[in-house]
Ligand binder design. Structure first.
Ligand SMILES: [Zn+2]
Ligand SMILES: [Zn+2]
Length: 280
């Protein structure tokens, strides 16, 4: 997306030429990487796209710090066969289980939200939120075509709300598309952080508390899309049921207050339900 570049770090030497295994701590940090994907470029206020100057396959040097670490599973989202929960590899089982249910029917929200027996609730919430962020990136890519910094100069939903971007030292008004990108990056950083989420098998209670604030922030992407880019929102929603799923998720686990759920998905459901009753 945007002007971002995905690189794969070159593997560290783990064995000396003589065949001796090097302990992990003594392995030098490799600061070389290969570019594996490049975004189309950044869009300036006047709508001009500045392309990225590296291309796929380029070898690049990395700064020692910075960047967002992404862990890609060797199993592709769409590429694994269905398995029962017990058969799945333990560290990725929950993620795989969630994705499998989404893939089989993304409108079956009850089934997607229902944890397998004995599932740790913190991990269950955490993995769902990771999945929402992943899919929200898909919505952000669609929004890019229409949501430009010169037309959507602020992150707004209804007239009532202007959201400040919390990705900066002092929260500020970022254009909607920048807000979207900064917020998804921030969420990915937090969810991948070793400090708050060192394990995907159990999650500290104090870190579970962070999930609510991530939910509130990323929800604004739905509300901006709904109120300002309705066609894009509807098309994506028809394909993924993402906002429906998210709304049900935050309500089930009390992660957001109902007043903040401003995309009128729930009312629609209530109205159509009552309309159905009166027809009968
Ligand atoms: Zn916009
Ligand atoms: Zn920002």
């Amino acid at each position: 997306m945007f002007d971002r570049v995905l690189v794969e770090r070159l593997a560290a030497e783990t064995v000396t030429k003589g065949g001796i295994m090097i302990p992990e701590k003594s392995q030098a940090k490799v600061l070389q990487a290969t570019v594996v994907a490049v975004g189309p470029g950044s869009t300036s206020k006047d709508g001009k796209v500045t392309p990225v100057c590296v291309k796929v396959g380029d070898k690049v040097l990395l700064p020692e710090y910075g960047g967002t670490k992404v862990i890609l599973e060797d199993k592709d989202f769409y590429n694994w066969s269905d398995e029962s929960f017990e058969e799945m590899d333990s560290t990725l089982a929950v993620q795989q289980y969630i994705q499998q249910n989404i893939r089989s029917d993304c409108s079956n929200i009850e089934k997607i939200m229902e944890p397998p027996e004995g599932q740790d609730e913190g991990v269950w919430k955490y993995e769902h939120l990771r999945q929402f962020c992943l899919e929200l990136n898909g919505l952000a890519v669609k929004l890019q075509n229409e949501c430009h910094p010169d037309t959507c100069t602020q992150m707004t939903a209804t007239e009532q709300w202007i959201f400040l971007c919390a990705a900066h030292k002092t929260p500020k008004e970022c254009p909607a598309i920048d807000y979207t990108r900064h917020t998804l990056d921030g969420a990915a950083c937090l969810l991948n952080s070793n400090k708050y989420f060192p394990s995907r098998v159990s999650i500290k209670e104090s870190s579970v508390a962070k999930l609510g604030s991530v939910c509130r922030r990323i929800y604004r992407i739905f509300s901006h899309a709904y109120f300002h880019h309705r066609q894009i929102f509807d098309k994506y929603e028809n394909e993924t049921f993402l906002c429906h799923r998210f709304t049900r998720f935050v309500m089930k686990y009390n992660l957001m207050s109902k007043d903040n759920l401003i995309v009128p998905i729930l009312e629609e459901e209530v109205q159509s339900a009552t309309a159905g009753e009166s027809d009968a």
